[in-house]
Design a protein around this ligand. Structure first.
Ligand SMILES: [Zn+2]
Length: 349
């Protein structure tokens, strides 16, 4: 396969997760001549990352990973343009940004994060490449729209498990303890290289590997397995089209079009079910657990005793029309889904 150097320079790649795998993927992309990358991660560099992450140094401990990889990549190629998002793929990445990408690289270690990447990619018809590593083993899968879907690959049992972890309405959720699988630089190197090899094909517009690729470093075993996961009933298969530009980036303007459908509920207050005491919150639901922890009076109340009042949809009767879109939990460069009397509209901010 021959890829034009200009095509590589112009390509836009989003890398979600800047751990061992994300480091390898970013290193390979930049060495190959990719000059536009977006990196997403909510962690800081820890001592334990240094043994498996090629772009981190001892002096980086305590710094956000996205900033560290940006500096390191610029040392490899000063022309590389790195957009950093110090946040969570579930809530902090605008869909319009995903839409600008040629390909999205999943270098994450949780089902929820993979589910969120799939959700974003399906909405704007993008291919994403998933890598997963544990010890000396790893897998690589390419999710192409209308061919393979991460949510479909989970099956009923997997989706049930995911739903149990996914925040459900009316209950204050506890932040999922990040389950860090033990990783090695060896598996990260192999799987990260495979991911980037497939990314090159997506950028070049040629056929990608549609089988699941498995690496077992302990026995030097490499396998490819047929991997087809596309179920027409999957709730995630919702392509957002056509997308129209917003004339104004404000809640008032959006409400003029119809009802704003939120991905993450907006919580205005919580109530202690025992005492009836009400506390104003005014945050997206995923930030409520932290809010509760910070408030001494609330933090002593067991979670099931707290009721949270929330909005999944915002219409013209919403009592807080003065809120900014950011305060409502809508990230910059997002695409907003609007329910109208005749269907849905998709508006790019
Ligand atoms: Zn699906």
């Amino acid at each position: 396969m021959n890829i034009d150097a200009d095509r590589l320079r112009e390509a836009r790649v989003m890398v979600v997760g800047c751990g061992a795998l994300g480091n390898e993927v970013l290193k390979n992309l930049v060495l190959l001549g990719v000059e536009h990358v977006v990196v997403v991660d909510f962690d800081v560099v820890e001592q334990g990352n240094l043994t498996r992450s090629v772009l981190f140094r001892c002096s980086d401990v305590g710094k956000p990973k996205v900033g560290v990889v940006k500096d390191a990549l610029k040392e490899i190629n000063a022309n590389v343009d790195v957009t950093t998002i110090f946040g969570d793929i579930a809530y902090d990445v605008g869909l319009a940004l995903v839409r600008q990408m040629d390909v999205i690289m999943g270098c994450v270690d949780s089902r929820w994060a993979r589910y969120c990447i799939q959700r974003l990619c399906t909405r704007v018809g993008k291919t994403w490449i998933d890598g997963g590593i544990i010890g000396m083993e790893g897998t690589m899968r390419v999710f192409v729209p209308k061919v393979n879907c991460y949510a479909c690959s989970l099956g009923t049992e997997g989706m049930d498990e995911l739903r149990r972890r996914v925040p459900c309405a009316g209950v204050i959720r506890q932040t999922e303890a990040a389950g860090h699988a033990p990783t090695t630089s060896v598996a990260a190197s192999v799987i990260g290289a495979w991911q980037v090899a497939e990314a090159l094909k997506v950028i070049a517009g040629v056929e990608v590997e549609k089988r699941m690729c498995y690496y077992d470093g302990d026995n030097l075993n490499v396998q490819k397995a047929v991997f087809e996961a596309w179920d027409d009933d999957c709730a995630l298969h919702e392509e957002w089209t056509p997308i129209e530009p917003a004339k104004e980036c404000s809640l008032a303007w959006l409400l003029g079009l119809g009802v704003v459908v939120l991905d993450d509920a907006f919580v205005d207050y919580v109530v202690n079910r025992e005492t009836g005491e009400r506390t104003e919150v005014m945050l997206p639901a995923h930030r409520v657990a932290d809010f509760v922890k910070r408030h001494t009076q609330l933090s002593i109340v067991p979670m099931p005793k707290l009721y949270q009042h929330e909005y999944m949809e915002v219409d013209s009767s919403f009592p807080y029309p003065m809120l900014s879109l950011e305060e409502l939990g809508i990230p910059a460069h997002d695409i907003v889904k609007i329910k109208t009397s005749t269907g849905y509209r998709y508006v790019e901010l």
